[in-house]
Design a protein around this ligand. Structure first.
Ligand SMILES: [Zn+2]
Length: 226
């Protein structure tokens, strides 16, 4: 078991993971993923809920299970790789059999960086699950990959910025987008430009639409028609 700040991870005992830099509902989503209790089509079928099909609503080629949704889909796989590039992390450490919930451990991220990176991973889970629900319940396509990645950056920034509240964690938007690994460095934060605020406003405006829908998505996750 690793205990870092108030983030606790234990794969052996299948305990998650509470990261208070992201909302409770996001932590709950991650916990359900770890325990394979998310209402994916495959899990719903296992529970005896009759479905027309268990195939993924996006590609119609593979069963909709946790691995496919959050790792193996071409789209999600690209986003995950983009996260590693964004954080300047070596992708060669990460293998397909590693849970993305373990990435921060595998990549040896220290202290606050680990917690922030996990916050990004949790935000990623939330975003992917929201897009999945949006597709199934509202038949809305996920949109462009670049836009989704920008949403991920904005969403994770917004949550972590609001919740971390540590004196040393003066998170700046410009720095977050370019060098999140440096975001904890006070000197680096002082270099970020005054236009940060206006840029953030644009991104958070885009993000609010997703956030308001996400509440509905979470409410609908137990939908028997899934
Ligand atoms: Zn698919």
């Amino acid at each position: 078991m690793t205990l870092l700040g108030d983030i606790q991870i234990s794969r052996c005992n299948s305990q998650v993971i509470w990261n208070n830099w992201v909302p409770s509902s996001v932590n709950i989503l991650a916990g359900r993923l770890l325990h394979k209790r998310l209402p994916t089509k495959v899990n719903l079928e296992k529970r005896g809920i009759p479905l027309l099909t268990t195939t993924c609503s996006f590609c119609n080629r593979a069963d909709e299970n946790e691995d496919h949704l959050f790792r193996d889909r071409v789209f999600t796989n690209r986003i995950l790789k983009e996260i590693l590039v964004w954080w300047g992390l070596d992708a060669s450490f990460v293998h397909n059999n590693h849970s993305i919930l373990d990435w921060a451990d595998i990549l040896f991220l220290p202290g606050e960086k680990r917690k922030a990176f996990n916050g990004v991973i949790f935000s990623f889970l939330w975003l992917i699950w929201s897009l999945r629900n949006r597709k199934i319940f509202d038949n809305v396509h996920r949109g462009k990959e670049e836009l989704i990645f920008s949403h991920l950056q904005a969403l994770s920034f917004f949550w972590i910025k609001q919740r971390s509240r540590l004196p040393s964690f003066g998170l700046k938007w410009a720095l977050w987008c370019t060098s999140p690994n440096e975001s904890h460095d006070k000197k680096a934060n002082k270099r970020s430009s005054p236009s940060d605020q206006s840029q953030l406003k644009i991104n958070t405006n885009e993000m609010h639409q997703i956030n308001s829908n996400e509440v509905l998505f979470m409410d609908g996750h137990e939908n028997k028609n899934d």
